[in-house]
Design a protein around this ligand. Sequence first.
Ligand code: ARG
Length: 467
Amino acid sequence: MSLWGGRYSNQIAEGLYNINSSLSFDFRLYHYDIRVSIAHVKMLAEQDIISQSEKSRIVEGLKEINKELELEIKNKKFDYMQTEDIHTLIENRLFKKIGKTAGKMHTARSRNDQIAVDMKLYLKDVIRDTKRLLLNLMSAITQISKDNIVTIMPGYTHLQRAQPITFAHHLMAYFYKFKRDYERFDNSLRNINVSPLGSCALSGSSFDIDRKMTAEELGFSKIYKNTIDGVSDRDYILEYNFNAATLMLHLSNLSEEIIIWNTSEFSFIELNESYTTGSSIMPQKKNPDLAELTRGKSGRVFGNLMQSLIMLKGLPLAYNKDLQEDKESVFDTIDTIKAVLAVYPSMVKKINVNKKRMELACEKGFINATELANYLSRRNISFRKAHKLVGKLVIYVEKEGKSLTDLSLKELQKILPEYSECFDEDIYNYLDIKNSINNTDTDGGPSSTEITSKIDKAEKYIVKEQI
Ligand code: ARG
């Protein structure tokens, strides 16, 4: 039975029933909907709007329904089309259980404030879980970084070898991206922690309700200052969708790199077999499916963000049924993030690093050319000039099929005779890649001391947040 048929003489069209029904997706809110109803009727009793015994009967009934629904869903006995939505389902069942007292539960509230408060409670738990999973990923990154503090590799710009870095330096860049994601999820709790309950349909209630009491009972720190805003605000859903999209963007970037590093062309890493799948035709293949699917799934998460923005953009105040469309997309995002983060950290932890290949890649591509320009500019040559001179040296060694380190002092003096007094043995300290990395003591740079201290701080951060 629907909650609103009083003024209707006929049934609504079957097609409308199908499109209107949200139970197939809002069923996942049942537990929150029941918690909200319990808080609401407790307040109604406290305010003498219903009696204490009515409250007790309703609360008992709701608790039983909670257990029944849990079992039905678990045992796959739940009928997803049985009624319009989760609120109707729970109220109908309450009627069956306790009779007409059930009709008092909906005093001084509406499904409009009910659904908003349900979603906020649900998202609070989701964010707690998302944060926990993200910490696992951040921890996997610090672990593998710790094993690769002195693993040198070329750093890239434009996917061209640029300057020498370490694998730890590269990976820790992702740590900070994920840390920002983590903090964004955490910050979003600020807006979630405001209770819309008591906004009712849009304008509150002429009953003497206590909005602060229900807010406190449900763990909210504030209440909406405007009831129209309370029922129409969906910023918290946009925030989750945006935060999830940014997280997926970072995961997609990392996945792309993992895929490239894992190719035979690069061979910088080898993925553990358990995170790859085979080909039905090419027996030799081990495809990086998890990384590829993560990269691929970022698309649907970005799409979900767009969907929610577009769905909201033309709405007048206050509640409009369009708002029901906020759910499937955010649920899809939540499920996607959860599925990816459940397995991604262990893939990262079990990456086999081919340190030799990375080091070998540093020998090609003249990645010590900038350091050579730095060497010259320390000898009273402007950096612009030094840059040009090194360009000449690069042309020379490229022609000769040599690398910059192969050049003897004599050769250097011969190629650039006007600068012959600038060249001495110290130049080889600058050309040596390991040396040059460790000499780069820029805060946030690749040197071992710098990275070790950053990893140490990252580990402490994770421990602090895990508590
Ligand atoms: N299923 C609805 C939603 O998700 C619940 C609120 C319904 N409100 C209404 N006035 N029909 O938004």
